[in-house]
Design a protein around this ligand. Structure first.
Ligand code: FE2
Length: 342
């Protein structure tokens, strides 16, 4: 608590300054004294005190000006200033408060009153500083726990994705790789990190609705019948149903619902048109097509990246968002983007 006890006493009258200093020292405070405004500022700048007792009427720089300057410096801005003065006009007192003084003691003063005010303001300032520290501490804690919460959200989502992929070995890793590409596109588009995070989570589970499709259809080699294909086409809606009740800070369920929509309305399940489709879903759609075409499937070997990029180029502006297509091609051709298996 010794830090709380450093007081700077300022008065141009040596006798007044000595009286003030003696009272404070006797009460156990560590006191420095200054005989002018200039010296007071110098002392405060060298080592900010915990409280300043300041005379108003001084030759040269008066107490008001000293107070103003203390309040203008970040290192002394929060130091409480108490005016100790013979000034008795209310106007002048008001002026003192306006420039930031916390209290006013009139000369001649009672020793006990002076000490009581000093004690009160030191205590108040101590509590204020403590509160500030506490707020900083809690803010840091909250940030940390939010980080943990987000990490566990990602873990749960990833676990959900893994369950779907367990039933469908051919698409194992598909969602994760789509997420890699979707995030790379979103970053290249310079979307806010918050939005990129939503795209990440949504694309990691974009096929979660396949959980309701019989496993034998998912891993069937060869062509699907019309009925089988219509079952497959239900997976965005199924995924939406699974996710819609979870309160994410992002439109995850909507992105999943829209990931097979196409700009010209030829997609499913709602045949939405360009302006009705979320940007996040447009990004996931392009990443999905590129990953799916370039990887092996039960009914065909992987076609390779070049063929996948040709497909999105062909569908540019018709099925796929032109800017997203351009960015995706740019990522593979100029930035050497590669899917990683980790
Ligand atoms: Fe899908």
């Amino acid at each position: 608590m010794t830090d709380q006890n450093k007081i700077l006493a300022v008065d141009d009258t040596p006798a007044s300054l000595k009286l003030l200093t003696d009272i404070l020292k006797e009460a156990g405070y560590e006191v420095r004294s200054a005989i002018s405004g200039e010296l007071a500022l110098h002392a405060a700048a060298n080592s900010p005190p915990d409280l300043v007792l300041l005379d108003i009427r001084m030759p040269g720089m008066d107490g008001y000006e000293v107070c103003r300057r203390l309040k203008a410096q970040p290192s002394t801005r929060d130091v409480p200033v108490i005016f100790v003065s013979a000034v008795s006009e209310t106007d002048e007192k008001v002026q003192g408060f306006e420039i930031g003084a916390v209290d006013f003691v009139s000369k001649p003063y009672q020793r006990d009153e002076l000490l009581a005010r000093v004690r009160t303001h030191l205590e108040l300032n101590h509590l204020r500083n403590h509160l500030e520290d506490l707020v900083d501490e809690r803010t840091a804690e909250l940030r940390e726990s939010e980080k943990k919460l987000r990490a566990s959200l990602l873990d749960s989502i990833t676990a959900l994705a893994a369950i779907v992929e367990m039933r469908d070995p051919y698409t194992a890793g598909h969602q994760r790789r789509v997420a890699q590409l979707a995030v790379a596109i979103a970053n290249e588009l310079q979307l806010p990190q918050e939005q990129v995070e939503g795209i990440h989570l949504a694309s990691v589970v974009h096929d979660v609705g396949k959980i309701r499709i019989p496993a034998e259809i998912l891993s069937k080699p060869g062509r699907l019948t019309g009925l089988e294909f219509s079952l497959i086409k239900e997976h965005p809606q199924n995924g939406y149903e699974i996710l819609k009740s979870i309160e994410f800070p992002w439109p995850i369920a909507q992105i999943v619902l829209q990931h097979h929509e196409r700009l010209d309305g030829s997609g499913y399940p709602q045949a939405l048109k360009s302006e009705q489709i979320l940007l996040e879903a447009k990004i996931t759609a392009v990443a999905d097509v590129v990953e799916a075409m370039s990887s092996h499937r039960p009914y065909r070997p992987g076609l390779g990246i070049a063929v996948a990029l040709e497909e999105i180029e062909r569908g540019r502006g018709v099925c796929y968002d032109p800017q997203v297509v351009d960015i995706c091609i740019h990522l593979f051709q100029d930035k050497k983007f590669e899917f990683s298996n980790t």
